[in-house]
Every structure is written in structure tokens, then in C-alpha cells.
Design a protein around this ligand. Structure first.
Ligand SMILES: [Cu+2]
Length: 234
């Protein structure tokens, strides 16, 4: 163990002994990172639209993998495998929104805390549907006319796929979080996790087409701690 690591561990032990009672977002460490492709960008597919072309158009881009020219992956979810004990971090809002617009779920990926809910909207002038068969939360299969809001609560952490039976290309994802340390990557693949005590963590990253990866990280005295998470494309 290097001397600085020894000091770090010592500080961590003292902090744990104090119960981290006063820790908050402002005093915690930050992880700034990016989720990137490892390997060539897979071909982008076009999905044919066979019905309701007057609203949906003639084809849709497959949005199951979106990446910047530099390989940053959008709409990946990054979280801590285990939240540090006693930490007070900013909790994501208990209510999120997912619209059905131009025959796509928007946003495509939504994070909601366990016990929170999502208001599903339909901004299109046609009928959609919400269909999902989660593993740990109740299934739902609801007709959704234009303008109707359907509110669904999610109590158990898991990643849930939502589809529309009327438009086969439509996909949405609800990520039910069991602690505050979850983040969604932006168009450059970047994310931030804040309010972390120094320590060793396991990060997980999930993307709907590429699956899940894990990587260990040490949050120490340099701030922010930076990391690149590579997701193999095959
Ligand atoms: Cu639809």
C-alpha cells in the first residue's frame, strides 16, 4: 500500500467511525466520467413504418444505440453497485415524465427512484399503448388515447422495458433506482455522480443494446475522480 493510500484508508475509517452524519452533496466527492464504445460503431438501422405514417413518418432511426462521433454513448445508465452508508445525496425527483411523441418514447430512458412514479403522456394525435412485463413490479397494458396521462408507480428496483403494441418499433426504458447514485449519460456519453465519501466503489453501466459492464473506482482526495467506462460493441 502506498503512503497516500494508507492515509486515505485511515481517513475513510475515521469518517465511517463518525457515522458520516454531516456529509452532504457539497462536501462529498464527485465522479465525472464517460461511457464510450469499445470497438467500431455498429451499423445504424432504419426501421420501416408500416402504419400511421401520417403521424409517424415512413421510417424511424433505430435509437437502441446512440453515440457521438467520438464514441460517447448516449442514454447509458451508470450507478454505484452499492450506495455508501449514511450518505445524503440529492435524490432524483419522485415523479418523472415519459411522452409518446412522433411515435417514439421521449425521453427513451428515464430514471425514477423506487417508490416514485412516471406520468406517461401521449402528445400524438393517434392511439398509443403502454405495455410492459417487468420482473419485480406489476405488469401493465394500457390503451393510451391522445392527451391522456397514465400514472404508474414503481416500487422495486429494476430495469423495465416499455413497448407500444400498435407501433412495433417503439421502445422506452424505466430504470427504477434503489439509491440516489444513478446517472444518465448525455449526448457525449458523459455523466456525473456527486456527494460521495472517499472510498472504493463498483460502478455499473448499462445500455439497452450493449448490456452491462462493471468497473471498480477509488474516490480519493483528488476531485473530481475521472473514469472512462468502455462498452464492447460485440
Ligand atoms: Cu404507439
Amino acid at each position: 500500500m502506498t503512503p497516500s493510500r494508507g492515509i486515505l484508508v485511515g481517513v475513510t475509517v475515521v469518517a465511517l467511525a463518525l457515522g458520516l452524519a454531516t456529509l452532504d452533496v457539497a462536501s462529498g466527492g464527485t465522479i465525472k466520467g464517460a461511457v464510450v464504445l469499445k470497438g467500431a460503431m455498429p451499423d445504424l438501422r432504419k426501421l420501416p413504418v408500416t402504419i400511421d405514417q401520417y403521424v409517424c413518418g415512413k421510417e424511424k432511426n433505430a435509437e437502441d444505440l446512440l453515440a457521438s462521433p467520438q464514441g460517447g454513448i448516449r442514454n447509458a445508465v451508470v450507478w454505484l453497485d452499492k450506495a455508501p452508508p449514511g450518505t445524503i445525496a440529492a435524490t432524483p425527483p419522485a415523479t418523472a415524465t415519459m411522452d409518446q411523441k412522433d411515435c417514439l418514447f421521449a425521453p427513451r430512458v428515464v430514471i425514477v427512484p423506487a417508490g416514485g412514479r412516471i406520468d406517461f403522456l401521449n402528445s400524438d394525435r393517434l392511439l398509443h399503448n403502454l405495455h410492459s412485463t417487468p420482473s419485480n413490479n406489476p405488469p401493465f397494458n394500457r390503451t393510451q388515447p391522445k392527451g391522456r396521462t397514465i400514472t404508474i408507480s414503481f416500487s422495486q428496483p429494476e430495469i423495465i422495458r416499455v413497448t407500444c403494441d400498435l407501433h412495433s418499433w417503439m421502445r422506452g426504458w424505466v430504470v427504477v433506482a434503489d439509491h440516489p447514485f444513478y446517472a444518465l449519460t448525455d449526448g457525449e456519453g458523459q455523466f456525473t455522480l456527486q456527494g460521495l465519501p472517499a472510498g472504493r466503489y463498483t460502478l455499473r453501466a448499462w445500455q439497452e443494446r450493449l448490456g452491462m459492464i462493471s468497473k471498480d473506482i477509488v474516490v480519493g482526495d483528488q476531485d473530481p475522480t475521472t473514469i472512462t467506462l468502455e462498452m464492447p460493441t460485440r
